[in-house]
Design a protein around this ligand. Structure first.
Ligand code: ZN
Length: 436
């Protein structure tokens, strides 16, 4: 348990020998709900505070529904907050890194300068710019300054992809991945890769906070997760936002508060982003629901089969995924489906990467954080409201990431052309036109 509790805010019941810590004065006890406020997620909205008859204290108790996903916090829960000495830091960290492009190196240097100045930063890099590699040197700089670093992302899939890469890059550093259901090693970690939800279990813990995929659902829509980022870091810790599709609000805040800003409009290999094309299909949605594969979609799949290209087929709902999967399998048998509730998701993505599967029919869950060499992409029912411009740009960004397969097909099958589709295509063309 060496240093494990430092910076953490944790339910007493999940910690062994909690009483020893309490007696030694290394932790203080806080009531889970105090004065109508959840002490873990700071929710004070009475609509999300629910009073019930508690069997433990045999009286009325209040629990928080906002952060229930991490286990129930109620007024009779005791939270332990670390107040003991700081775990000794080391500066014995090394980085194993292959070369960066000139643009990557410039962004990396700019980010180091922001960390040095304790200034927040926006790293605006197109899909395929190699943004993870850009973070390596700044993370090394921070670790060597004996600062504790957190890389937070809204998506579990991104944690699963990022953590092993970071551990390989920093062989001497203990990199701790945190997501719902992750096995947690109880020791001090100078570098943590966590879902934004998991940050609720920390308070004033991190000296540098990096929020990857800052625009991804549910982060942008959920105030609680934004509060979680602020609560988990120390008061003067800089935040670095990393995204391919910054919201107007994020760009405005960056400008107004004079953050550092790095912009990478080109992919690391220097080729342009693939521009999506639109293929309109009359009564697309109704045809799929009646288990009919439209001709244009059939032709697209047939071409993938002939060329033996891996592909991702994005759909807006699980219901449609279930309609479409058997239709696709009639054309190409070794295809599977994935969505948010699929526990086999990780394995199926791996099978696609290794060529055991030729394609995946998927929800937006795979819109980011996934790199498959030579993958081709179709968005089916691209006019559905779930596909906003950011999502469509991210999805298009899956294609052409490899230097030897720097182009590929991105097609939006839809009944109508939405503003989001127009915006996504215009933004990709704009980025391709920027001269560097
Ligand atoms: Zn709460």
């Amino acid at each position: 348990m060496d240093g494990f509790l430092e910076g953490r805010l944790i339910d007493r019941n999940v910690i062994e020998h909690a009483h020893t810590y309490i007696q030694s004065g290394q932790v203080i006890c806080i009531q889970g709900i105090e004065n109508g406020r959840c002490m873990r997620c700071h929710n004070n909205d009475p609509r999300y505070l629910f009073t019930y008859h508690c069997a433990v204290c045999n009286g009325p108790c209040t629990y928080c529904r906002k952060c229930i996903q991490l286990g129930r916090i109620s007024s009779c829960t005791t939270l332990l907050k670390w107040c003991g000495p700081q775990h000794p830091r080391t500066n014995d960290h090394t980085l194993e890194l292959s070369g960066l492009s000139a643009a990557q190196q410039r962004a990396s240097d700019e980010l180091i300068e922001s960390i040095r100045q304790k200034r927040s930063h926006l790293l605006h890099a197109v899909c395929g710019a190699g943004k993870t590699e850009i973070l390596f040197q700044p993370v090394l700089y921070a670790l060597q300054q004996q600062l504790r670093v957190c890389i937070a992302t809204p998506r579990t899939d991104v944690v699963l992809e990022l953590a092993p890469r970071l551990q390989r890059a920093f062989p001497k550093t203990f990199v701790q991945p945190l997501y719902g259901g992750a096995p947690v090693e109880h020791r001090f970690a100078p570098l943590i890769v966590a879902t934004t939800h998991q940050l609720l279990r920390f308070e004033a813990a991190f000296d540098v906070m990096i929020v990857d995929e800052a625009d991804a659902f549910p982060y942008t829509y959920d105030e609680m997760l934004q509060r979680a980022v602020n609560k988990a870091k120390t008061a003067d810790a800089p935040v670095c936002f990393v995204t391919a599709t910054p919201s107007k609000k994020l760009l405005a805040t960056c400008k107004k508060e004079r953050w550092g800003y790095s912009f990478l409009p080109r992919r690391y290999h220097g080729y342009s982003l693939p521009v999506p094309r639109i293929s309109t299909v009359w009564r697309l949605h109704a045809k799929l629901q009646k288990n009919k594969l439209p001709n244009k979609l059939y032709d697209w799949l047939k071409l993938r089969k002939e060329k033996q290209q891996p592909f991702l087929l994005f759909l807006p709902t699980i219901e449609l995924i279930e309609c479409v999967l058997p239709l696709v399998q009639q054309v190409i048998p070794n295809v599977e489906a994935v969505h948010a509730k699929d526990e086999q998701r990780k394995e199926k993505v791996l099978q696609l990467r290794e060529g055991q599967l030729q394609g995946l029919v998927t929800s937006t869950i795979l819109e980011r954080g996934i790199t498959i060499t030579n993958v081709q992409v179709a968005v089916v029912c691209a006019d559905d409201a779930i596909f906003d411009a950011g999502a469509l740009i991210q999805i298009s960004g899956r294609v052409g990431r490899h230097v030897h397969y720097a182009s590929g097909d991105v097609v939006f099958f839809s009944e109508a052309i939405t503003i989001a589709m127009d915006e996504a295509i215009a933004e990709i063309k704009r980025l391709n036109a920027v001269m560097t």
